[in-house]
Design a protein around this ligand. Structure first.
Ligand code: NAP
Length: 247
């Protein structure tokens, strides 16, 4: 009988959940999903789920060895830099093959008024020249960069930020998928004249960009950090193929 392949999926994304679902439907693949534990009500994948940090690359390496993990798939968010670096180091130390599952970036289309910026600090520097009422969707842990600005912010995050470090702001709870009509209505209702977002990609939060295009609003798009060296795929199907037929 063929041996079961045990894979650790580093998650916190819709793709990680979809991959765990695909693994659950395959005989011969056993997936353990790992969540950082940032959201109180995460969307749980099927199968075993563990929550919380590993304690750095060394802790992750111990987990890989201790649980007899055969493969690791890093399906975390495109902006989750630290866990990706730890996964690379831990896999190199233990000899566990690693794959990065990275969702494709959003395509820029006709009518889009995007300005790509290197990081949140550059977004904050360029923002006052573009508008006064800002729709800020960079995540609850990345608001600090905008703290010094005398602008009005509509901040949307899944969980309430521990602290809203902005002078004038309103917080809105929201988890995708969002619909275009509702996004257009939201931007109009709050008199938004500029958007700031990370180049996260993914269908769930794309509607705000379609809404911005319709309303001809500028968008400050924070570029993705480069992934750690190593094999990268951009779909769950390709990740499954890697599990079933490793290079
Ligand atoms: P990060 O900066 O790359 O990681 C910080 C630390 O959090 C890691 O060193 C690790 O702690 C722990 N960690 C991160 N992801 C983990 C996982 N899947 N399982 C176990 N521990 C994990 O990560 P982040 O940007 O804070 O993101 C945290 C989680 O939220 C990720 O799983 C990511 O997929 C998800 N997420 C992030 C964003 C974003 O914009 N960054 C957006 C949506 C979802 P130890 O060193 O102790 O192991």
């Amino acid at each position: 009988m063929a041996r079961v392949i045990r894979v650790l999926i580093l998650g916190g994304t819709a793709e990680a959940v979809a991959l765990a679902e695909a693994c659950a439907a395959r005989a011969g693949i056993e997936a353990i999903s790992s969540l950082a534990g940032r959201t109180r009500t995460p969307i749980l994948p099927p199968g075993e789920v563990r929550t919380g940090g590993f304690g750095g690359a060394e802790g992750l390496a111990e987990f890989l060895a201790g649980r007899g993990i055969d493969r690791l798939i890093d399906a975390t968010h495109p902006f989750a830099v630290q866990i990706g670096a730890h996964a690379k180091r831990a896999c190199e130390a233990t000899g566990v093959p690693r794959l990065r599952l990275l969702r494709p970036p959003w395509p820029q289309g006709p009518g889009d008024r995007w300005t790509e910026v290197a990081d949140l600090a550059e977004a904050a520097r360029r923002l006052p020249a573009l508008g006064r009422s800002v729709f800020l969707t960079v995540g609850q842990r990345d608001l600090e960069a905008f703290a010094g600005l005398d602008l009005w912010f509509l901040v949307r995050t899944i969980e309430p930020p521990a602290r809203l470090p902005l002078r004038r702001a309103q917080w809105l709870s929201g988890r995708g998928p969002f619909a275009v009509e509702a996004e257009v209505a939201l931007l109009r209702e709050h008199g938004i004249d500029v958007l700031v977002t990370k180049a996260s990609g993914g269908a769930a939060t794309y509607a705000k960009l379609v809404a911005a295009r319709r309303l001809e609003l500028p968008v400050l798009m924070v570029r993705r950090p480069p992934p750690p060296r190593g094999p990268v795929v951009d779909s769950v199907q390709a990740a499954l193929a890697w599990l079933e037929h490793p290079a």
